[in-house]
Write a new protein. Structure first.
Length: 206
């Protein structure tokens, strides 16, 4: 199983001539509530981390085990975000790009190349390249996906303690039947994204 994952990660050839490579990924574009969270990670080639892959393909237990290991072994890591209010002002795509910029800007070491999961790159002060399915193909992006996923999931669990009636710990703010039912019964909270169609409908704005 691990061998297959490692082979997948090796399927993207990192351009030559770069020594400090950051991987960037986001979590939370689809939910109706909370921040979109991004992470940027520069791995240490002298301290490899086994088992890196797309965070969605890992169990919660495995993600939680890798989370501190990435933080300890990486040369640098940073979390970026955009709030629900910023998402409403900008739109989710622009907010995601801004959150990625914030994650890269927060790195203690400036990378000379940034590899971004997906097919779009934010404007950055260094070279950047989009990598489709990068969270499966590039170890740095895999590490970023794990950090972002764990951070956002923990934030949803904290929100669940404040608003247990919404079930955020289970659905993490994504548009599920349970979430729709909770919005219908209890209305929306400040952290809901008012520009998203189901929330607009609940507010009578659509």
């Amino acid at each position: 199983m691990t061998e297959k994952k490692d082979k997948v990660l090796e399927s993207f050839e990192i351009p030559a001539g770069y020594s400090l490579i950051a991987g960037v990924d986001e979590v939370g574009r689809g939910p109706l509530v909370g921040d979109v969270v991004t992470a940027a990670v520069i791995l240490d080639p002298n301290q490899p981390i086994a088992g890196l892959t797309d965070s969605k393909k890992l169990s919660e237990k495995k993600r939680l085990a890798l989370f501190p290991e990435i933080q300890q072994k990486a040369l640098a890591w940073s979390i970026g975000r955009c709030s629900a209010q910023e998402i409403d002002q900008l739109n989710i795509f622009q907010a995601t790009m801004l959150a990625m910029q914030r994650a890269v800007a927060g790195l203690a070491i400036q990378p000379d190349l940034v590899l971004i999961d997906g097919n779009k790159t934010p404007t950055l002060p260094m070279n950047a390249q989009a990598v489709v399915k990068g969270d499966l193909r590039v170890a740095q992006i895999s590490a970023a996906s794990i950090l972002a996923k764990v951070v956002r999931d923990q934030e949803m669990e904290m929100l669940d303690k404040i608003y247990p009636q919404f079930g955020f710990a289970q659905h993490k703010g994504y548009p599920t039947k349970a979430h729709f039912a909770a919005i219908e019964q209890y209305g929306v909270i400040d952290q809901h994204r008012r520009s998203f169609a189901p929330v607009k409908r609940a507010l009578g704005l659509q």
